[in-house]
Design a protein around this ligand. Structure first.
Ligand SMILES: [Zn+2]
Length: 105
């Protein structure tokens, strides 16, 4: 029909809910035993479990939220557990992005 508008910028994520900073531990499965801390001076985010004392740290930036650190930790755990599935996912992603188009008018 009309012209296709292409917008480079994706809409910013909006989260109105209060952010969680405690999560379920992927190692001991204890609910709400993982706390995330963000050190913006050193740009390091750390998640640690107060029950089994597992820790994970990663590089952060000013936009990183506790949930981001936690989900990276989960990703890391899954990668270690299923090294082969990672490759399979890459294949599917390639196809999916080919067909995805912004259809909103
Ligand atoms: Zn734990």
């Amino acid at each position: 029909m009309g012209k296709r508008k292409s917008r480079a910028k994706p809409p910013p994520k909006k989260r109105m809910d209060k952010l969680d900073t405690v999560f379920c531990c992927p190692f001991c499965n204890h609910g709400s035993s993982v706390e995330c801390r963000i050190d913006l001076k050193n740009l390091i985010g750390e998640a640690s479990c107060r029950i089994c004392l597992e820790t994970f740290s990663t590089a952060v930036n000013a936009l990183t939220e506790p949930i981001d650190i936690y989900s990276e930790w989960i990703d890391e755990c899954e990668r270690v557990n299923n090294p082969e599935e990672d490759n399979a996912n890459h294949y599917e992603d390639d196809n999916a992005s080919r067909y995805r188009y912004d259809e909103e008018e």
